[in-house]
Design a protein around this ligand. Structure first.
Ligand SMILES: Cc1cc2nc3c(=O)[nH]c(=O)nc-3n(C[C@H](O)[C@H](O)[C@H](O)COP(=O)(O)O)c2cc1C
Length: 433
């Protein structure tokens, strides 16, 4: 490999294996935190940069105005709060980066800034914040709103939110805490400042009332896909995540587009890492799991994405292309991908399999060695910064072992990924190469 790339592991604080074809009882006492603690320790043993937790905050009624489909299939519930989980994982790991998702549309900036500052302190500088604007009106209903603001307005609000949070994280100067016993001064008042922010969406006096943390600002991650979302990411994020949908050409185009947008904001491309969420299928016999998807698995895939899109996908014919005139206020880039596949004559069944299990072009199935070689080849062509390996609700023992005991060591043998942590903080590790 000409250049090493980074790896993250994608998870959710929810039943880990419910959507798997076999061994669905794996990790069924996940809510104790012990399943994810063991996972974090294993991910740390193989030196991945970070463990990532997605999040949403509603039981979805996207399907016929009923919660039945969601609850029966464990689509968006049960799901516990991943930020709370990070404090537990902080104590049980020492080098691994820990990223959790929280919404700029639903959190107040002060609460969020204080929370992540605390996690960064607890973990010794290993915290990351995946900035989302939320995609489900049902989440808005839980926070006192009738609906989410439109997508573009959500990102406008998020810009101001991140600005406020950064001001709060800077509100204590270096050296503010003096612990001067002789003069009875714990914190030097001249080094702690109100921010007096009065903006369009937020009014925050500050300063933060928590101690500045090792990274001061948690690593800022984001995955905007729409033009406005990409601008938001290019302006604010240090880790930008996309998918492998559309294959190498789309991955390359995304990277070039983000770099151009970063330059327009006066940032250098080297200030950000671009990583691609990918599904891996390790099979000794070369079997393509995309050809044996059961109806139950299809229902899970449709249901999960319907909630994110805000579109009841069950009302459409699975064997026909998805109509191109459907509009919604959820994850707009994902809806565009499914509509584009429809325009190409691809059925909804195949489109949802592609979205959930990965386009075949990347060749991320085969033996662990084959998968590793393909991942390395693709990254060489894309010129990107790495992958986030998806394992949510299909992470039974076999799947997790195949990745952590098979694919990652094979990538290490190729010299494609790290074999030891060089930095102390998440940011130091992610920007080490
Ligand atoms: C790797 C990855 C992780 C994501 N995690 C979350 C998440 O935890 N919660 C969420 O609401 N959206 C999540 N999203 C969705 C994005 O934040 C964003 O809403 C989506 O890419 C659509 O962007 P757009 O609205 O700009 O089209 C994720 C997307 C990707 C690619």
């Amino acid at each position: 490999m000409s250049k090493k790339f980074h790896l993250g592991f994608f998870s959710s604080f929810s039943p880990p294996a419910w959507h798997a074809a076999t061994d669905r009882a794996h990790g069924e006492d996940w809510w104790t935190g012990d399943y994810h603690a063991r996972l974090a320790q294993r991910v740390e043993e193989v030196c991945l940069d970070f463990l990532f937790f997605e999040d949403t905050s509603a039981v979805s009624r996207t399907f016929g105005d009923s919660m039945d489909t969601d609850l029966r299939n464990s689509l968006s519930a049960p799901k516990n709060d991943p930020v709370a989980l990070l404090s537990y994982l902080s104590a049980l790991t020492s080098r691994l980066g820990l990223i959790a998702t929280a919404s700029t549309t639903l959190y107040p900036p002060f609460l969020l800034a204080r929370l992540y500052s605390t996690i960064d302190n607890l973990s010794g500088g290993r915290a990351g914040w995946n900035i989302v604007t939320s995609s489900e009106d049902e989440a808005a209903h839980n926070y006192g709103y009738d609906a989410l603001p439109p997508s573009v307005a959500r990102y406008d609000m998020a810009d101001e939110f991140v600005d406020v949070a950064k001001q709060l994280w800077s509100s204590w100067e270096d050296g503010a805490v003096v612990r001067d016993y002789a003069n009875n001064v714990h914190t030097d008042p001249s080094k702690v400042h109100a921010i007096d922010h009065v903006g369009k969406h937020f009014k925050v006096r500050g300063p933060l009332n928590s101690l500045p943390s090792p990274q001061r600002v948690p690593l800022l991650a984001q995955a905007g896909g729409s033009p406005r979302g990409r601008d938001f990411a290019a302006k604010n994020a240090e880790l930008i995540m996309s998918t492998t949908i559309g294959g190498i050409a789309a991955m390359k185009a995304f990277r070039e587009d983000i770099h151009a947008r970063m330059k327009a904001f006066g940032r250098e491309p080297s200030e950000c890492r671009i990583m691609y969420a990918t599904h891996l299928h390790v099979t000794e016999d070369g079997r393509d799991p995309r050809e044996t998807v059961t109806d139950r698995e299809i229902a899970s895939m449709l249901g999960k994405h319907a909630a994110h899109l805000g579109v009841d996908l069950f009302q459409y014919d699975l064997e026909a292309p998805f109509p191109s005139d459907v509009t919604a206020n959820g994850t707009s880039s994902m809806l565009d991908s499914i509509k584009e596949k429809g325009r190409q004559g691809i059925t909804l069944r195949q489109a949802i399999i592609d979205v959930c299990l990965g386009d075949d072009e990347l060749g991320v199935r085969g033996t662990a060695d084959q998968v590793a070689r393909n991942l390395a080849d693709v990254m060489e062509q894309v010129g990107g910064d790495g992958y986030i390996i998806m394992a949510t609700q299909n992470a039974n023992a076999a799947h997790t072992d195949a990745i952590l005991d098979g694919v990652v060591p094979a990538l290490q043998k190729l010299g494609a990924v790290r074999t030891e942590y060089s930095g102390a903080t998440l940011r130091e590790n992610l920007f080490a190469f």
